[in-house]
Design a protein around this ligand. Structure first.
Ligand code: HPA
Length: 307
């Protein structure tokens, strides 16, 4: 059915952003990633007066935090030019711009993943938009399987480093120097100061916080027990299907990164139980309050650190 017919049937008015048109006689050159991201950033800015320097990507079941932003503008991804649409359950699919205390933030309620069929470049498009918005720090959150024995269901873990096993990199192809260098450093990808801020914030709140290495696989199937044994051997403490492309793109543009995983399940083969996405969402729901309290304490201190 054509989009027009669908619209007639549902009675919903679809708001679409205007994309650049060629004036008559001009040759239309397809805009590159830098221009597309700039266009999307300008569109976002047309919807709010806030100019956030901190952006958050809220993973499976963790989007609730953005519902608490004050004076929020909510922009469905479908309305933002060139923005990818999230299809995963537990991902609302809107960008919320508002305030946490005195700090302006942009929060993505849901992200897109490679397993949805998106390319690595599409997966990181929102991060490119943040770069064009002048965002300085990105807080990436996710649901993850716990490989390390003490990373049991419901634990919150700060990501200290990662292993990219997704088989792709969002920076493959020609490099646009306006975003960053051809070969950029990943030594301190996860900002040390931010990690310390989280550790002390969690301590003040009485939340037990851990630190670990996150391994990213493409998914969507969960891992086999043999794969989990392999991941443990190579030094991974957590496993998931997201975050790593976004960290690579954020660091490419010099944005500082904080990564937090919510352990929603023990990784495959650790307990004698099959894995399922319902369990992932239920656990995220259970730790939501703790997670929100932590972010509320951490955000003002991150804002100070990047000022
Ligand atoms: N494996 C991969 N991704 C995940 C898991 C897991 O066990 N739990 C939540 N996301």
């Amino acid at each position: 059915m054509s989009p027009e017919k669908t619209r007639q049937k549902t009675g919903k008015k679809r708001i679409t952003a205007k994309k650049p048109k060629a004036a008559s006689g001009e040759t239309l050159v397809a805009p590159g990633e830098f221009e597309r991201a700039g266009f999307a950033a300008a569109f976002v800015f047309s919807r709010t007066r806030l100019r956030p320097k901190i952006a958050l990507v809220l993973g499976s079941g963790l989007g609730a935090f953005a519902d608490e932003f004050i004076g929020a503008a909510k922009i469905p991804y479908a309305e933002i030019p060139y923005f990818p649409q999230s299809t995963a359950i537990g991902h609302a699919g809107q960008l919320v711009i508002g305030k946490v205390g005195e700090v302006s933030v942009a929060g993505m309620q849901g992200r897109v993943h490679l397993y949805e069929g998106y390319t690595a470049k599409e997966v990181v498009f929102p991060i490119r938009v943040f770069a064009r918005m002048g965002v300085k720090a990105v807080i990436l959150t996710n649901a993850a399987g716990g490989i390390k024995r003490e990373f049991t269901q419901g634990k919150l873990v700060v990501i200290g480093d990662h292993v990219n096993l997704q088989g792709v990199n969002p920076l493959t192809g020609p490099n646009d120097e306006r975003f960053g260098l051809r070969f950029h450093d990943m030594t301190n990808a996860y900002d040390r100061t931010f990690r310390e801020i989280v550790a002390s914030g969690a301590n003040n709140l009485g939340i037990t916080m851990y630190e670990g290495v996150y391994a990213a696989l493409a998914g969507p199937s969960y891992e086999t027990p043999a794969e989990i044994r392999y991941l443990r051997t190579i030094g991974a403490d957590l496993v998931g299907m997201s975050t790593v492309p976004e960290v690579i793109a954020a660091r490419h543009s010099g944005m500082r990164v904080l990564g937090i995983s919510c352990v929603t399940n023990a990784a495959a083969g650790i307990r004698d139980q099959p894995l399922n996405h319902v369990e992932v969402l239920e656990t995220a729901e259970r730790v939501k309050e703790q997670f929100i309290r932590l972010l509320k304490t951490v955000i003002p201190r991150i804002a100070e650190a990047i000022a």
